[in-house]
Each structure stands twice: as C-alpha cells, then as structure tokens.
Write a protein that binds this ligand. Structure first.
Ligand SMILES: [Fe+2]
Length: 276
C-alpha cells in the first residue's frame, strides 16, 4: 500500500523517470511524531509545528518524492493523528508522492483507516505496509518493521521472503531500503536481512530512524543512514529536521536541513559512493 498525491494509492511500482544517468532528488524524514492535539509539546518541541515548517520548505522546491521512515504518530497512532499528518503533508502531496513507513509508535489499523486504500489495492505482504518505487536511476523499497506493542522491530519471515524474491526479480538498478528500526540494534532480524542483501550488490544503502540521531555508517559496503527526527530530539547535540538526498546511479549527496535542536551541521552535505 502506498499513499501518494493526497490519496491512498495502492499497487504496482510507480516510475518517475527512465534515464539511468538522471539524478533524482528526494526528501527523507523520520519520526514526525504528530499527535492528535496540534499543540502537543514534548522535550520543548512542537512536532506539529515542526512538520508544518518542514513541509513548507519541501513544497517550495519540491523534490521527486518524500519518504518518512516511521513513528509518524506521537505516542500511539490514532486516526486523528494521521488525519493531522495528512493535512500537514498536503502542500507536498498536492505536487509529489509521499511514501510512509511505520514505526513502533504507529498502528496498522488506524493508519490504514486514515490513509484508506484506493481501488486496486494489492497486499504485497500480508499485514505489512510495503511500498516500492522507481525514481530515475534508483529503486526505493519502504519496508515495515513495526511489531504491535513492541519498541523493537521485526521484518518477519514473509516480508523477508517477499524482499528476497522481489530483489532477485528486479533489474540491477541501485536500490535503497527504508524501514524504521536500527539494524543490528533494534531490528531483531537484522542478520537475516543482511544475509539477503549483502550478496545483492544492487542494494546500496538502508535508511532508518528510531534513534532521533543523525548518523552515517557502513556495514559490508552497505551504507547505513540514520535520519534525524523531525518531531523532537533526545539530546541537545542532535538536529531536528530533514535530509535532502540527491541520488544517482553512482552515489548520493545527503544534505541536512535543521530547523531545531543542534544546527551545527545545518546545510552540510555527506557524499556517499555506492558499492559495486
Ligand atoms: Fe521516534
């Protein structure tokens, strides 16, 4: 199930561009933590206002699309929280697709109720919210690591099996995986995931959130990109904001846009080269 352009759109992979030499520009966000109450305040931040500001920035110069790697809702996903999220994202969704992943503060049922699936709904993986997109030279896959009532995450065997066969059947386009939990820390089946993707050279990076910390690392040549939170930080040394990603078949440039918290690295760009 994917949600795009202000409606719930479900089904096959969407294609944004065909030229493999193209650069595709995306906005990556995580941990928006929007509550049912727009005035909800936590750790000195107003997540609703933060996303309002970020959505305005993104909508001014819209990228090809947006991915949000979960913890969309503040404490626990409620329909009203998702309705607020939908409203906040409208300046973007009027222009570009937005792909939503789910985190441990989200709930499958309320999310599905707010972002109702359109006709042609195809459940890629039973009880999981999985989205795929092709964007110019890149393939993006948003996975679902949410386990109900648990802080830790799990992809689960059916999603891993689907991923394995989907990757095997896909072309060699550089591929980025997105999910909420941190590999090797909170994602309980990290080893099984890496057993699948490590031999598949087309998988270049995994992008996730959860920690509310902005960080780049590498594991067996696969880039591990931990997005900052949009809602609030857990430490004053961390930014609150979003990441602009310019992606090509050779690598990516990742630029931090900090709207709160530490602004030390605001505007700084990390350049990554994909493994071959
Ligand atoms: Fe979070």
């Amino acid at each position: 199930m994917a949600w795009a352009a202000g409606v719930a759109a479900v089904g096959p992979t969407r294609v944004f561009g065909q030229d493999l030499d193209d650069c595709t520009r995306w906005a990556f966000l995580s941990d928006t933590h929007v509550a049912s109450d727009p005035d909800n305040r936590y750790r000195g931040f107003y997540p609703y206002r933060n996303l309002q500001e970020v959505a305005g920035q993104i909508a001014c110069h819209p990228p090809d699309g947006v991915v949000i790697t979960g913890d969309l809702a503040r404490m626990r996903g409620e329909v009203q929280a998702y309705e607020n999220l939908k409203t906040l994202l409208t300046p973007i969704t009027e222009q570009r697709p937005v792909y939503l992943g789910l985190g441990n503060h989200d709930t499958h049922d309320d999310f599905a109720q707010a972002f109702k699936a359109g006709s042609g709904d195809v459940r890629t993986v039973e009880d999981k919210h999985v989205v795929t997109a092709v964007a110019g030279p890149m393939r993006l896959i948003v996975l679902d690591s949410l386990i109900a009532d648990r802080a830790a995450g799990l992809l689960g065997s059916s999603q891993r099996m689907w991923l394995s066969s989907y990757l095997a059947g896909s072309d060699d386009r550089p591929t980025i995986l997105f999910f909420h939990h941190r590999p090797q820390i909170d994602l309980l089946d990290s080893k099984r995931l890496f057993d699948i993707i490590e031999p598949m050279a087309k998988v270049k990076a995994v992008v996730y959130g959860h920690s509310h910390k902005f960080n780049f690392a590498q594991y067996k040549g696969i880039h591990l990109i931990n997005l900052p939170a949009t809602g609030y930080n857990m430490s004053g040394s961390q930014p609150v904001g979003w990441v602009e990603a310019d992606l090509t078949s050779r690598g990516g440039r990742f630029t931090l846009h900090a709207i709160g918290g530490s602004r030390k690295y605001d505007g700084c760009t990390e350049r990554l080269t994909w493994r071959s």
